[in-house]
Ligand binder design. Structure first.
Ligand code: ADP
Ligand code: ADP
Length: 228
């Protein structure tokens, strides 16, 4: 599903953000990516989205070899990846329903499918009753649920969550992580970059830790902690 083969990324200023990273994530896995600030998590995610290219090594996501992906195909590739961020990034002038609908419309999905799929994902995240609300009328946790609905509405091969609970209180953080687990159980491969130590420690999922650009730990049913 996802393969990093001896991947290094050196930024133009000389910072080596990732150093010889080799990592395989199988279809259907749930993986926590942990590491202190500056460890290289965002770099890894930007490489996955092909926002940046590696200095060395190969990255494969599903049927795509990102090194060989022509520029004009990048937008189509990105549609196969769902992503949520710490700051939700909803469109403020669109309702909950419209935010999710828009993500499908830009792929050219037929309106009949959109009318079926949008309510389905909204109920999956427990927000069917808020479909007509605007983002500013929702709590942070509800906004993140909308972002999750939007991220899965096109049935991505990989769902990436970049610090999804960074702006949420502990209870709400738990709800979002449980929702990510539900989505994973329905078959979506999920990668979650997080600092939520307590949640990582109790969910006992695979944990990949990076430190100064290197993978220092990769444990099934792992725990947080920066130690190698
Ligand atoms: P994390 O997401 O784990 O906090 P990052 O991937 O953002 O880590 O950063 C890894 C390293 O790369 C850090 O030393 C950071 O300062 C550096 N870095 C990140 N982005 C850039 C950039 N665009 N140009 C130069 N250095 C960068
Ligand atoms: P059904 O009720 O037909 O057995 P579901 O209720 O599982 O199927 O799904 C309803 C619709 O949502 C279908 O179009 C299905 O393909 C789609 N769907 C199912 N699971 C997901 C998911 N995790 N993310 C996005 N769409 C999904």
């Amino acid at each position: 599903m996802v393969k990093f083969i001896n991947v290094s990324k050196k930024y133009p200023n000389g910072v080596l953000a990732l150093s010889d990273v080799t990592l395989t994530i199988d279809k259907g896995e749930f993986v926590f990516l942990v590491g202190s600030s500056g460890a290289g998590k965002s770099t890894l995610i930007k490489l996955l989205l092909k926002e940046i290219d590696p200095t060395e090594g190969e990255i494969i996501v599903g049927e795509y070899n990102l090194n060989k992906l022509p520029k004009k195909e990048i937008p189509y590739y990105r549609r196969k990846i769902g992503i949520v961020f710490q700051d939700f990034r909803l469109l403020p002038n669109k309702t909950v329903y419209e935010n999710v609908e828009f993500a499908m419309q830009i792929t050219g999905a037929p309106s009949k499918l959109i009318r079926r799929q949008v309510p389905f994902v909204l109920s999956l995240v427990g927000l069917a009753h808020k479909a007509k609300c605007y983002p500013h009328e929702l709590s942070g946790g509800e906004q993140q649920r909308v972002a999750l609905a939007r991220a899965i509405v096109n049935k991505p091969t990989l769902l990436i969550a970049d610090e999804p609970t960074g702006n949420l209180d502990p209870d709400t953080s738990w709800e979002i992580m449980k929702l990510l687990e539900d989505i994973n159980k329905r078959g979506t491969t999920v990668l979650v970059a997080t600092h939520a130590k307590e949640i990582v420690d109790s969910m006992r999922k695979r944990v990949v830790a990076i430190d100064r650009g290197k993978i220092v730990k990769d444990q099934p049913k792992g725990v947080y902690s920066y130690e190698a």
